[in-house]
Design a protein around this ligand. Structure first.
Ligand SMILES: Cc1cc2nc3c(=O)[nH]c(=O)nc-3n(C[C@H](O)[C@H](O)[C@H](O)COP(=O)(O)OP(=O)(O)OC[C@H]3O[C@@H](n4cnc5c(N)ncnc54)[C@H](O)[C@@H]3O)c2cc1C
Length: 334
């Protein structure tokens, strides 16, 4: 771990001004914001992140969950994952988000981890976290050791020849199925970004993971009102029952009216280079009957573009089955 200067931001504008001093928004940035620290400090200890300045934003007044006039909800960037998971508004209206949060990490980590930090958590690809190995995401142009190496846990959707690192978050999969919007404040003003547009595919520039610019601070996330009568569910499949990242996961929001699917949102986790929204699966589901044949066709559509490597072909079938299971459960009449 390298020496760094630690200071605390007393206001949003102070945090933005400090962050703007950085010239690169991605890894290696000179200035980093510190929220819960559960990603950043790990990576600093591994010398993957080497900021000269760390700005503590954990005490900014961005820690509330608020009901909005339109029936949606506003989630502050520093709301802890543990608090968000059990908040009555989230449990009542957005069950899939509560379930995804509780499926992540451990109780201690959830007590520290924040909404903003979770949105920006980095991949668990072992080569990204090992500075002795080539990794285009950590060290652009150095190559990708995962392509022909240990790739069992890595992505099959959205991959490129430069990077197959999977996005590890559970929360972000649920936020994708819930059509979340990320609100950002930076030196050029405020922006609101649909979660589908927030993450970038690796392509030739895997070091750039989101559309954020240096100095951008995530202030909050909003969710639109939950469609009346819709039900939602998060299914996570992993090597052990707790304290483990997803090999594959599915977040679904579905509404059935008169025996037909009238609303469908599908997102997959563990298999994509970003939280994976599947409009292809939704197109199959919309207007269809909620039965096994429809669900299997939807899952086939979701995984049609999968490009597995030597060790992770099993994820294609795992994700397909996970999605069918989630759709079956969420449409079951009680
Ligand atoms: C052992 C272990 C197991 C885990 N298991 C899971 C799991 O099963 N599922 C899962 O989803 N996650 C898991 N995680 C990841 C965990 O959820 C994340 O580390 C956590 O959500 C990150 O939040 P944080 O507030 O601690 O982020 P930090 O580490 O503080 O920050 C992460 C990044 O986000 C930036 N940042 C933070 N807040 C803002 C903001 N408001 N605006 C702009 N930039 C910001 C920071 O600068 C940093 O680059 C695990 C982590 C560990 C260590």
């Amino acid at each position: 771990m390298e020496l760094f200067q630690l200071s605390r931001a007393n206001s949003v504008s102070e945090a933005i001004a400090a962050g703007a001093a950085s010239t690169t928004a991605q890894q290696g940035a000179e200035v980093r914001l510190l929220a819960g620290g559960t990603t950043l400090l790990d990576l600093m200890k591994l010398n993957v992140e080497r900021p000269a300045r760390v700005i503590d934003i954990s005490r900014l007044p961005l820690d509330t969950v608020e009901d909005m006039q339109d029936g949606g909800v506003k989630i502050g960037a520093t709301v802890r994952n543990a608090d968000l998971a059990v908040h009555p508004l989230i449990r009542e209206r957005y069950a899939v988000l509560s379930q995804a949060l509780l499926a992540g990490a451990s109780a201690q980590l959830r007590n520290m981890a924040t909404t903003g930090g979770n949105l920006l958590q980095r991949t668990r690809c072992v080569y990204f976290r090992d500075t002795a190995m080539p990794c285009n995401k950590r060290d652009p142009g150095s190559g990708c050791a995962a392509l022909n190496g240990f790739n069992r846990t890595l992505a099959v959707l959205g991959v490129s020849d430069a990077c197959i690192a999977s996005n590890p978050s559970d929360m972000n999969v649920a936020l994708t199925a819930l059509d979340a919007t990320i609100h950002v404040e930076g030196s050029t003003g405020r922006r609101s970004i649909a979660i589908d547009d927030f993450y970038l595919l690796p392509g030739e520039t895997p070091q750039r993971e989101t559309v954020l610019e240096p100095g951008d601070l995530i202030t909050h996330v909003t969710l639109p009102p939950a469609p009346p009568g819709a039900r939602s569910l998060y299914v996570k499949l992993r090597d052990r029952a707790s304290y483990e990242f997803a090999l594959a996961s599915a977040a679904v929001v579905v509404k059935v009216v008169d025996g037909r699917i009238a609303h469908a949102r599908v997102a997959l986790g563990g298999v994509g280079t970003k939280p994976w929204h599947s409009p292809e699966a939704e197109a199959v589901l919309m207007g269809g009957t909620p039965d096994m044949a429809t669900f299997q066709r939807a899952a086939d559509a979701a995984l049609a573009g999968a490009k597995p490597r030597s060790q992770n072909a099993f994820k294609v079938e795992l994700a397909r089955r996970g999605l069918v299971h989630a759709l079956t459960q969420v449409t079951q009449t009680v």
